[in-house]
Design a protein around this ligand. Structure first.
Ligand code: GUN
Length: 276
């Protein structure tokens, strides 16, 4: 078993991005908009802003109260859409109850969609013409690549069908010629399906859901979960201590997928800033 060090790869890629930004005449700018007080979202946003500063991306942070109106959020996004210093706009999800996320996100122009959540960027991914790809799935692909995992012809199982992680993840694996199954809350025989996986990606948000009996000997296990266990400790979707001895490669939580997600946000901001 080998633990995939997401933090180390993220650091290496951030150094490369920093060098690229230093050589460029354009200073990339990222606007991050957060609505409401959700403590986890606030921490994510703080980490994103900090990472921007470290590599030379100018950040613009907007913290709106949960009492803001839909129109106030959308007016802010409209102003960022026409601001030439802003090359990427990230609207932190989920929005507080009562907000229409789809309507709000439609105010982010595709040229500034650094999350890859727009219909156009998702469509391009589906057509295997990737432009800006959702940060978490993209970060996972970079981790698999850096470990030399060959996906061609392999069985991949994705747990979770969210528009932000599960669906784009499945599409990337499919584009890499894996045979992909997506499991979700209505899946029957979920355990049996997981056991067939050469690559198992869990993005369901349930603490220690993936147990050793669900994992094939030698599988690559990727954990997207960010949960709290009974004692309040941060943990993933995978029962790491039990699964690690069966997996050939496994990502830890924290220090696995999380740091790569943020790095891919920087990576995507460079794509939109430099119009690559
Ligand atoms: N909330 C949790 N992860 C993400 C992400 O990658 N992008 C956005 N916009 N919101 C999130």
């Amino acid at each position: 078993m080998k633990i995939i060090d997401g933090k180390a790869l993220a650091t290496k890629m951030r150094v490369e991005l920093k060098e690229k930004i230093e050589k460029s005449a354009i200073k990339p700018g990222l606007a991050v908009v957060i609505v409401g007080e959700d403590p986890a979202s606030r921490i994510y946003v703080r980490n994103k802003i900090k990472a921007c500063g470290e590599i030379g991306i100018q950040s613009f942070c907007y913290e709106l109260p949960a009492t803001s109106s839909q129109k106030e959020v959308e007016d802010l996004l409209d102003s960022l859409a026409v601001n030439p210093s802003v090359h990427g706009i990230l609207l932190q999800l989920p929005l507080p109850k009562g907000f229409d996320s789809e309507s709000a996100m439609s105010h982010i122009p595709v040229e500034k969609d650094v999350d890859g959540f727009s219909a156009e960027n998702l469509g391009l991914l589906t057509l295997h013409k990737e432009r800006v790809v959702a940060c978490t799935p993209l970060g996972i692909m970079k981790m698999l690549e850096s470990e030399g995992v060959d996906l061609c012809g392999k069985r991949a199982v994705v747990l979770g069908r969210s528009d932000t992680v599960g669906k784009p993840m499945a599409m990337l694996l499919l584009n890499a010629n894996a045979t992909v199954t997506i499991c979700h809350s209505k899946t029957t025989d979920l355990k049996e399906i997981c056991k067939t996986a050469d690559i198992l990606v869990s993005a369901i948000g349930k603490a220690k859901f993936v147990t050793a009996d669900m994992v094939k000997e030698g599988a690559v296990v990727i954990d997207v979960g960010m949960n709290r266990d009974e004692t309040g400790k941060l943990c993933g979707d995978v029962d790491f201590d039990a699964v690690k001895d069966k997996a050939s490669l496994i990502t830890p939580v924290p220090g696995g997928v999380g740091p790569m997600t943020i790095t891919m946000l920087m990576y995507n901001t460079c794509i939109t800033a430099f119009k690559e």
